[in-house]
Design a binder for this molecule. Structure first.
Ligand code: FE
Length: 342
């Protein structure tokens, strides 16, 4: 036996030299991500360094990736989908392109409201959708809740994007869950009457509109405000600085929040590696980086948000199970349509 040892040594050594760490036999995972490459790639590289699992990344628009998964069906090379909004994750579930996974680690780290009860998807970061007001034109004591945005005092003073956007659909779904459909219908009609202009553009455009004097209030996701405040473009910074965050519904259910999250695809051939990647992204160090890079809040309570987000103050979040947002999405859509929300 003894005389064979040097040979075995040489074989082992040459194997190690031939194989870089990334392909040390731990396989790969194929990721479809609606997050831009620069917002996720550094984390994926760290995952590969730690585990030896190669990550093959495809990025695209959220709705396009979902369509791609549907058309590829069982032949899809994707193992994992990362996308934004619980409403979209629910659409993926209904389309049959994702599968449930059970992970004790994920269930213990991620609060119940921010993951699918059956394990089809897990939230990885939080975005809030507060009311933004123009400093000097609106005093925070004039504001209270999303519901109060339908009050006549706001006539012609509100900017919000169109109803075809999932963020507003999810917000309205959360209101249906809280107040019922009839009450929310009346509310939506009141809100539409208070719009400063027919809805156009994205969340950033609502912030810019408010800064330009088109309206006094805007409804937008927090990371757009953070992105503008941190922008290299002086014009974007100046616009964002004219606005302040108001956290609505603090004496009730809390401000509306949503997630960006991950789901293992139904066609996954590298299922275990996909779960490992979700678990890695839910880890403390990854959470800090991921939330910060995206201007979002960490999904776990034991990781601090970045300084800018903390400067907007602590706030109470609506803890409605986000899977409800998906279930109520069709009702929200119909309701907004009936209210004339373009
Ligand atoms: Fe967005």
């Amino acid at each position: 036996m003894r005389k064979h040892l040097p040979l075995i040594g040489i074989v082992l050594l040459s194997l190690l030299v031939a194989c870089p760490l990334v392909s040390a036999g731990n396989g790969e995972v194929n990721l479809y991500s609606a997050r831009k490459e620069k917002l996720i790639k550094p984390l994926l590289d760290r995952f590969t360094q730690q585990t030896g699992i190669q990550v093959n990344l495809v990025t695209g628009k959220a709705d396009a990736l979902l369509q791609r998964l549907q058309s590829e069906g069982r032949n899809s090379p994707a193992d994992l989908l990362i996308t934004t909004d619980a409403g979209r994750l629910h659409r993926a579930l209904q389309a049959g392109v994702i599968q449930p996974v059970q992970s004790e680690l994920l269930s213990s780290i991620i609060p119940h409201a921010f993951r699918d009860p059956q394990g089809h998807w897990y939230g990885l970061s939080l975005r809030a959708r507060p009311i933004l007001y123009v400093k000097g034109k609106v005093e925070p004591h004039e504001l209270s809740s999303y519901e109060a945005l339908a009050d006549p005092q706001w006539q012609g003073r509100i900017c919000i994007r169109s109803s075809n956007n999932i963020y507003n659909q999810s917000l309205v779904a959360s209101m249906i869950a809280a107040n019922g459909e009839e009450t929310t219908q009346v509310w939506a009609e009141g809100l539409v009457k208070n719009l400063a202009r027919p809805p156009k553009g994205g969340d950033r455009d609502q912030i810019k509109g408010a800064a330009a004097g088109v309206c006094d209030l805007a409804v937008a996701n927090t990371y757009y405000l953070a992105g503008m405040l941190k922008s290299k473009d002086a014009g974007q910074r100046a616009a964002a600085e004219k606005l302040a965050v108001f956290w609505p519904n603090q004496s009730g259910r809390g401000a509306h929040v949503n997630v960006s999250g991950a789901a293992v695809t139904a066609a996954a051939k590298n299922r275990d590696n996909a779960v490992k990647l979700i678990e890695f992204l839910a880890g403390k160090a990854a959470q800090q980086w991921y939330a910060e890079a995206n201007g979002e809040f960490p999904v776990r309570g034991d990781v601090e948000a970045d300084e800018l987000l903390r400067s907007w103050g602590d706030f109470k979040m609506d803890t409605l199970s986000l899977s409800k947002l998906g279930e109520l999405n069709p009702d929200a859509l119909r309701l907004m349509d009936r209210a004339g929300w373009k």
